[in-house]
Design a protein around this ligand. Structure first.
Ligand SMILES: NC(=O)C1=CN([C@@H]2O[C@H](COP(=O)(O)OP(=O)(O)OC[C@H]3O[C@@H](n4cnc5c(N)ncnc54)[C@H](OP(=O)(O)O)[C@@H]3O)[C@@H](O)[C@H]2O)C=CC1
Ligand SMILES: C[C@H]1O[C@H](OP(=O)(O)OP(=O)(O)OC[C@H]2O[C@@H](n3cnc4c(=O)[nH]c(N)nc43)[C@H](O)[C@@H]2O)[C@@H](O)[C@@H](O)C1=O
Length: 286
């Protein structure tokens, strides 16, 4: 199969590349000039639709697209709503439109996020059929991409809603929940529960989809079978002997003050993430 991986130099794209490279012919795109891993690499800012169109026109034999490129991890200097729309929605839309126009595409795999469900204090388990209430610009753009794909993609599509992803080497999502200024911290007893996703499980899912083991035109939560407590995450990221314990009630008060007075989406979203259970079931059969 000829597979196009966008965001091939990124954390997840590079793992998918390594998992597929022995059996498939892979073209990789990212923004950076060079790729240390991908032989058939094209450097392209995907927001430049003309350049993307040239790439697609010149590779009409692409069978599968794995679309990983996005602004993730609050990266980049321009974090405006418009920038998330441009990169995280606009590029997905262009890729769908261009693949409809030029390719006889077999499968379009889109890396979405569990953030599309939105954060809720009083809800702890999220499954694919649940209503979505995305709040951050990142999540809004991802949800809009999902909808565009469902309404317009002519090939089979597969939407993967990833729980926060980690590997043995890359634990940013765990670090952010357990470490601040070089010190480990814990909220309350550390017993709140969370789904995480080992990057290898994404590679397994993508391989399964490419080898026709998944039902097409579906959305799938992708997460580890295990559910983790914040104390488990502290074990995965021990950086200091001292553990700062932040009382849950303090975060609860901040959450309430924010609702009434400060009204910052960042505080709302992240206080919910720290004091509630967030389980993204991956039990749906592929
Ligand atoms: N990591 C996680 O926990 C989660 C990730 N996801 C999703 O998975 C996908 C991959 O995430 P991850 O690998 O962690 O993120 P990274 O930031 O590591 O990788 C993102 C990739 O996208 C590329 N990219 C970004 N903007 C552009 C652009 N304008 N043109 C071309 N390439 C661009 C980057 O290129 P370059 O490096 O050259 O700048 C990079 O290769 C994203 O869609 C993300 O939303 C979803 C849920 C959780
Ligand atoms: C599924 C989802 O997974 C990942 O997102 P996330 O881990 O859920 O979200 P986050 O990184 O915004 O927040 C996680 C926690 O971390 C703290 N927090 C936030 N921002 C800073 C921050 O800038 N610094 C520090 N120290 N802590 C922070 C905050 O306490 C919060 O509770 C993404 O890769 C995303 O791509 C994705 O889709």
């Amino acid at each position: 199969m000829k597979v196009l991986i966008t965001g091939v130099n990124g954390f997840i794209g590079s793992h998918i590349y390594n998992g597929l490279k022995d059996k498939h012919d892979i073209i990789g795109i990212s923004r950076s000039k060079n790729s240390e891993i991908c032989n058939q690499y094209i450097s392209c800012d995907l927001t430049d639709k003309n350049s993307l169109e040239e790439i697609i026109k010149n590779n009409k034999d692409i069978d599968v697209i794995v679309h990983c490129a996005a602004l993730a991890h609050n990266k980049g200097n321009d974090l405006s709503f418009d920038r998330f729309q441009q990169v995280n929605f606009g590029v997905t839309k262009d890729l769908v439109d261009l693949s409809n126009k030029y390719l006889n595409l077999n499968k379009f795999i889109f890396l979405s996020t569990i953030s599309v469900y939105g954060e809720k204090m009083d809800k702890s388990i999220y499954t694919e059929g649940d209503e979505c209430y995305p709040s951050s610009p990142y999540a809004v753009a991802k949800k809009k991409s999902e909808k565009y794909m469902q309404d317009n993609c002519k090939s089979s599509y597969y939407i993967l809603r990833l729980a926060p992803v980690y590997s043995d080497e890359f634990k940013l999502n765990i670090k952010r929940r357990t470490e601040m200024k070089g010190l480990n911290y814990r909220v309350g007893k550390g017993d709140n529960k969370l789904s995480l996703c080992n990057v290898n499980n994404i590679v397994i899912a993508v391989k399964g989809i490419i080898s026709n083991k998944a039902t097409k035109n579906e959305i799938y939560n992708i997460s580890d079978k295990s559910i983790y407590s914040f104390s488990d995450m502290l074990e995965m990221n021990k950086v200091s002997k001292i553990k700062v314990v932040v009382p849950k009630i303090l975060i609860g008060i901040l959450y309430k003050i924010n609702k009434i007075a400060i009204k910052k989406q960042f505080i709302d979203e992240n206080s919910i993430k720290l004091v509630s259970d967030n389980i993204y079931s991956s039990e749906k059969n592929m």
